[in-house]
Design a protein around this ligand. Structure first.
Ligand code: SAM
Length: 409
């Protein structure tokens, strides 16, 4: 649809004047404005229209979703809301009274598992804690952006920080003051509930701590959120931890199991024909459309045959004069053997601060990694499947990472 909709906590959605809802002969739901031609919409559209009459749109949607569509993710409702706005059936306004749209970042982080997995990743936590112990001193005012389970705020207080602001939008913010009190830091750590873009700090911070790096290193908007925090919350000389993120990669020949579940393979055709009596052979041609990505453990990737040397795709210095908000970087690589489908495995190496590094590279060691590697399938059409030089391009913008590869020789 090519439309983006900027919904924030003060956005309200309303039913457009003159909206008519009717049912088609086949039972489909149709919407239109006054006498205009009606368009088919999903049953989620009815839920949105109904919820837009409530004072809290998000709680209305959540309650009804739970009852009527327990399997539908909230993101799908949001996509339908965007479609209804594009069609003119819902209208969006700012700061008026009415139904308030949800905070988009919270629902996922309200679940305990994302906080537990951070605490269980002892390798990364110990590296981060060592960096905090080295970087934070008694004069520091620390912003813990995305405090979650509270571990980074606690470490900053233990390192002697004069004041720590623990900013967290999810429901965990309600529990944090008790965690801080239980550890003897109630007087130095202040909990603020909200996204860092929305909160105001009473003073500028001299250290920023955040852990917004997921298996897709830039996918949690770390570039955008840290840039905003630097502008609004930090003193000019403030230290930013993590200090540096490098995205690294290597080409491998992936295992059959991965290919079988992600590619249309000729050998499946007779199996499907036998079971269903249908011929799907035309779909086999769809394989080389675009690189698709999956997340797999570094241990599994390490079992594959390497087809190139390791290389570096991206470097982001969070203490540089300006933090980039989009990335477009390329590298030349050489593949020495002929191949069919290859896997580009990417991972990150991060300096959490003061030279304390962490890297989730493919490894046969049985370490527990919170972050998996990102695996991109690069399907080589016949003329590209022989050895040679290639150019890989890694791009990021508006929460989306992409890979493109072209043959050079
Ligand atoms: C991966 S958890 C990290 C938790 C903890 N700091 C740690 O290192 O173990 C990321 C946290 O960032 C929070 N978060 C995400 N976007 C945020 C934003 N814009 N402002 C503040 N916090 C945010 C999430 O709610 C989540 O609790």
């Amino acid at each position: 649809m090519g439309m983006s909709l900027n919904l924030n906590d003060s956005s309200v959605l309303r039913t457009a004047p003159g909206l008519v809802i009717s049912f088609g002969l086949a039972g489909q739901i149709l919407m239109g404005i006054e006498t205009e031609k009606r368009k088919p919409v999903s049953s989620l559209a009815l839920l949105l229209i109904e919820a837009s009459r409530q004072t809290s749109l998000w709680s209305a949607i959540r309650d009804r979703l739970k009852k009527r569509h327990p399997d539908v993710p909230a993101q799908k409702v949001l996509m339908e809301a965007i479609r209804l706005v594009a069609l003119g059936f819902l209208q969006v306004g700012e700061g008026e009274t009415g139904a308030v749209f949800p905070r988009l970042s919270s629902p996922h982080y309200n679940r305990p598992n994302s906080q537990i997995s951070c605490l269980n990743d002892v390798g990364r936590s110990q590296v981060f804690l060592a960096a905090i112990a080295a970087a934070v001193g008694p004069d520091d005012v620390v912003l813990d952006l995305g405090s979650g389970n509270g571990i980074l705020a606690l470490a900053a207080a233990r390192a002697g920080a004069r004041r720590v602001y623990a900013v967290e939008p999810s429901g965990f913010a309600r529990l944090l003051p008790q965690v801080f009190a239980d550890n003897g830091f109630a007087d130095r750590i202040v909990t603020l509930r909200g996204r860092s873009q929305d909160v105001e700090l009473p003073e500028q911070a001299t250290v920023l701590l955040s852990e917004l790096v997921s298996c897709e290193p830039l996918g949690e908007q770390v570039l955008e959120i840290v840039s905003d925090a630097r502008r609004r919350h930090l003193s000019p000389e403030a230290k930013i931890l993590p200090a540096l993120t490098k995205i690294r990669g290597q080409i491998f020949r992936p295992d059959e199991r991965l290919l079988n579940s992600h590619e249309f393979q000729a050998k499946n055709l007779s199996h499907w024909q036998d079971n269903y009596g249908f011929d799907f052979s035309a779909l086999v041609a769809s394989n080389p459309i675009e690189p698709t990505s999956h997340f797999l453990s570094p241990n599994r990737c390490a079992k594959w045959k390497p087809m190139s040397e390791k290389f570096e795709l991206v470097e982001i210095d969070f203490n540089a004069e300006e933090i980039m908000s989009t990335v477009d970087m390329g590298v030349e690589i050489e593949i020495k053997e002929s191949h069919g489908t290859l896997a580009l495995v990417t991972w990150f190496a991060m300096d959490y601060g003061e030279g304390h590094w962490y890297e989730n590279q493919p490894t046969e060691e049985k370490e527990v990694f919170l972050r998996q590697c990102q695996v991109w399938l690069l399907n080589a059409p016949k003329e590209r499947g022989c050895p040679g030089k290639f150019r890989l391009r890694y791009t990021y913008g508006a929460s989306k990472t992409n890979i493109a590869w072209t043959r050079l020789s």
